[in-house]
Design a protein around this ligand. Structure first.
Ligand code: C2E
Ligand code: CA
Ligand code: CA
Length: 512
């Protein structure tokens, strides 16, 4: 029951990750597309407003021209030649439906009625120039835009039929909102006149006033226009987005599966105690006698055979299994070596590789204590090898741990020295005893002058700091001779012995 509950929790966490891997790029992509669509619509409504102003300005230019041509006439009698002149402007100027002459506040002559007497109030015109009406006594159902050009008491009028205004509104924007405003009257695309401002367009609302005549237009889009635009314009992008989101989900699924299966496999191997120690001798620099060993982990896999540590240690460190694995390795080392303790010289060094995560609490201290207790006092020296690439943070608890380890007689070696960036302060803080020069520097002996220089510097440094030095990866007699000449304390490498299983090691030890 317990197992099932735990499994399903893990399963749902797994699904949550996959869901996140799908939804995150999908959501992000949609947000970007939405913003893009919004920008496009805003740009579109700006263009529509600009175009509408251009059209209405152009129409009004004709009324202005007609009125200008007539401006000499107001005050003169409304006789046949004058009426003809009025009608001429209606015929010649596009969009102009009617013209008229005003003297005082009376339109006394018009192209439609000839002689007349219509009261005209200049105050009804915006800026004294422009008036929009939803109809007039002659054509009550047709809107009218009248342009007034005044010269003192006299004025000429020219009007545009509402039909042209409406036609322009509809042609310029088939799908969006578009309104023409003159004074306190609005004309919308449905042909309705409104005497209060209609609600602003919910999307991409844009208002634009003409620079030349006293009117303005407002453009915009209906609710949901952005989504509609996306639906009609972005189907290919949507498919692409969906594809990549699914790929991201698949990748997340695959990565999860892989890491869970590696972790599960390591856990199984740990339970089956498949991790075994190999021992590699470390010799003294002066006498080349065996001074100790380094314990190196191998995975005795039932199907894959012997697996090298660099193939699984990173996963073990990542999944937190390295600590119990190291504990198992120490246990097995004790099993193999404790019975042979009488064959060791006193102070035989046993080096164990320790990951940084092992140093987070005082358990390591117990592990070391148990290890040392298995040997006669003074027989072995336990050396913990910490790689310089993954330094331990100096906190109160790690300082306490290292002080306790020192008290226990455990020594500390900085492994792969020269590849990381430990400082002198760091070496002191953790009471480091040995530096293990990284193999890459040793490999350069006889090859690369710069590396050799680094090697010499490390050796000098360790002498100055009074630290023991171990050189590893020694394969040739030339390397050995160079290092012994430099007075390096300990040497390790295939030249002196390869890492070997415990039975071989014990046999070799007895031969020594
Ligand atoms: P390392 O601690 O630097 O161990 C030395 C490596 O150099 C070992 O590789 C050893 O077999 C190899 N070696 C020794 N002499 C020579 C030589 O003359 N020439 C060459 N080319 N190589 C030589 P190995 O055993 O494959 O281990 C690789 C790394 O895996 C180790 O590097 C260490 O970082 C890690 N490792 C091994 N066992 C453990 C363990 O129990 N715990 C942890 N945390 N890491 C381990
Ligand atoms: Ca090591
Ligand atoms: Ca090393």
């Amino acid at each position: 029951m317990h197992l099932i509950a735990k499994g399903s929790a893990k399963y749902s966490l797994h699904n949550l990750w996959i869901l996140l891997a799908v939804l995150l790029p999908l959501g992000l992509g949609l947000v970007i597309l939405y913003a893009q669509a919004e920008r496009t619509l805003l740009h579109g409504s700006q263009e529509i407003a600009t175009e509408a102003v251009r059209q209405f300005d152009m129409m009004l230019d004709y009324t202005d021209l007609a009125a200008r041509n007539l401006l000499d006439l107001p005050g003169q009698e409304c006789n046949a030649p004058r009426r003809l002149a009025l009608r001429e402007q209606v015929t010649h100027q596009p969009f102009v439906r009617s013209t008229g002459l005003v003297q005082g506040d009376i339109e006394y002559c018009s192209s439609l009625l000839g002689r007349s007497a219509l009261a005209i109030n200049p105050e009804d015109f915006v800026d004294g120039r422009l008036q929009m009406t939803s109809g007039n006594p002659i054509t009550p159902n047709t809107g009218l835009l009248t342009y007034r050009l005044a010269d003192g008491e006299r004025a000429a009028l020219a009007s545009i039929d509402g039909y042209h205004l409406l036609n322009a509104l509809r042609l310029i924007s088939r799908t969006s909102y578009l309104q023409l405003r003159v004074g306190n009257l609005w004309l919308s695309k449905d042909g309705q006149f409104h005497s209060i401002a209609p609600p602003a367009a919910p999307v991409a609302n844009q208002q634009l006033s003409s620079g030349r005549y006293p009117y303005s237009v407002s453009a915009g889009y209906a609710e949901g226009a952005v989504a509609g635009y996306m639906k009609s314009q972005y189907p290919a992008l949507f498919s692409l987005l969906l594809f990549f989101s699914c790929m991201s989900g698949l990748l997340a699924h695959w990565l999860q599966k892989r890491s869970t299966s590696v972790r599960q496999e390591l856990r199984r191997a740990l339970a089956a105690r498949e991790f075994i120690p190999y021992f590699q001798p470390v010799v003294r620099g002066d006498s080349l006698q065996w001074a100790g060993i380094e314990v190196l982990m191998r995975w005795q896999h039932p199907k894959e055979g012997l697996v090298r540590p660099d193939l699984f240690i990173p996963f073990a460190e990542h999944s937190g299994l390295i600590v119990p694995m190291t504990r198992l390795l120490m246990e097995r080392t004790v099993q193999a070596l404790a019975p042979q303790a009488e064959h060791f010289n006193d102070g035989f060094h046993i080096g164990i590789n320790i990951s940084a995560s092992h140093c987070h609490d005082l358990q390591l201290l117990d592990d070391c204590r148990a290890f040392l207790a298995a040997f006669p006092p003074g027989k072995v020296i336990l050396v913990l090898e910490l790689t310089e690439r993954e330094l331990i943070e100096p906190t109160a608890s790690t300082r306490q741990l290292f002080a306790a380890l020192q008290e226990l007689g455990v020594m500390i070696a900085i492994d792969d020295f020269g590849t990381g960036h430990s400082s002198l302060g760091y070496l002191r803080q953790f009471n480091v005893d040995y530096l293990k020069i990284d193999q890459s520097f040793v490999a350069m002996i006889g090859a690369d002058a710069l590396s050799l220089h680094i090697l010499d510097s490390i050796i000098e440094l360790s002498v100055k700091l009074d630290l023991g030095i171990v050189a590893e990866g020694i394969e040739t007699a030339e390397q050995r001779d160079y290092l012994t000449n430099k007075g390096v304390d300990f040497l390790q490498g295939y030249l002196f012995g390869r890492p070997m299983p415990s039975a071989d090691f014990v046999a070799a030890l007895l031969r020594h």
